[in-house]
Design a protein around this ligand. Structure first.
Ligand code: 8YV
Length: 312
């Protein structure tokens, strides 16, 4: 009695790797998981979970012998870790292997927004360049003043990249970190006041809900641009939309949204935003590394070994 479930939108390659390495008894969707009968549930010892639909106490209580939930992703806000710990269920995630890709996307959205690359490309494609001449001027990023909200591993990788753009780096985190001359702000509003470009690299979950508040957004000011690669929930999205529409801030580059994959239609009318479909970690190379780390965590648990990247 040792059933392994792989739950979520796994690619064909990931499914094949599961079959080769772990012989899971089930690879399916979250809806199929919800439909499993009691006998099948009782046999489950490990779940490899991919997706952002909440997996909490109610779900866990269906699996009396569940020992580990291995999350696909560094952010495990979909998993109720407190409920898991109370039930003696271990949770793992996939940190570090995705830092480069997520930081790269943050920089790409920053450049794309400020240099108006979408509009500039349209200028070429629709013949405006030949008909009307040069495209409108846009905004310089190198040498600017930038802020990082959340100086974890991804925040630091973003800051390292920004430093190479000769920027002045400011940050806010729970505590001051050992950083090379970057300015720490204990107050998130003070950080927003000090910078033009604000990168959000917070962890998700209830503690950071609307951490980028109406006040933080207002403090950023009319030259302010928000770049978010964390979770949609970390920003007061309605307040940000109001600010984007009124010109209270200059723009945004967003990879994550409240209620994604559905996106508030107000975003679609805005020309000062760059919108991405939560693709921070979505390269072939990184997704393969994340999937491998997830499988290795399941294998370690089943073998009774230390977990590679435990959360609780
Ligand atoms: C997701 C992510 O895991 O790692 C994270 O926290 O947000 C992503 O890499 C990915 O969307 C698959 O669910």
């Amino acid at each position: 009695m040792s059933a392994i479930l792989a739950v979520g939108p796994y690619t064909e390659a990931e499914r094949e790797a599961f079959k080769a390495e772990l012989q899971p008894t089930f690879i399916g969707t979250r809806a199929e998981l919800d439909a499993l009968d009691d006998t099948a549930c009782a046999a489950v010892r490990a779940i490899a979970y991919k997706g952002h639909r909440p997996f909490g106490a109610e779900e866990m209580d269906r699996f009396a012998n569940l020992g580990v939930v291995a999350n696909f992703g560094v952010g495990y806000d979909a998993i109720d870790v407190g409920a898991a710990s109370e039930r003696g269920i271990k949770v793992t995630n996939t940190p570090d292997v995705l830092n480069d890709d997520v930081a790269d996307l943050a920089i790409a959205m920053w450049l794309m927004q400020a240099r108006e690359m979408r509009q500039a490309e349209a200028w070429v494609r629709d013949g405006s360049w030949a008909e009307k001449g040069s495209a409108p001027l846009n905004r310089k990023v190198s040498g600017g003043t930038v802020g990082i909200m959340g100086m974890g591993r991804i925040g630091r990788d973003i800051a390292d990249r920004l430093a190479a753009f000769k920027t002045e780096v400011h940050y806010h985190a729970r505590s001051e970190k050992d950083t090379p001359g970057w300015t720490y702000h204990a107050d998130p509003v003070a950080l927003a006041q000090a910078v033009d470009y604000l990168f959000i690299a917070l962890v998700g979950g209830p503690e950071t809900e609307k951490y980028v508040s109406k006040e933080v957004i207002a403090a950023l000011g009319e030259r302010g641009v928000i770049i978010n690669i964390s979770r949609g929930t970390t920003i007061d999205e309605e307040a940000m939309l109001d600010a984007l529409e009124s010109g209270a801030i200059a723009g945004a580059g967003l990879d994550v949204f409240v209620g994604e994959p559905k996106v508030n239609p107000r975003f679609l009318k805005l020309d000062n935003v760059v919108l991405q479909p939560h693709q921070g970690s979505a390269t072939h190379e990184t997704r393969a590394a994340m999937a491998k780390l997830q499988r290795d965590n399941v294998a370690a648990h089943l073998a009774g070994n230390d977990l590679l990247t435990p959360v609780n």
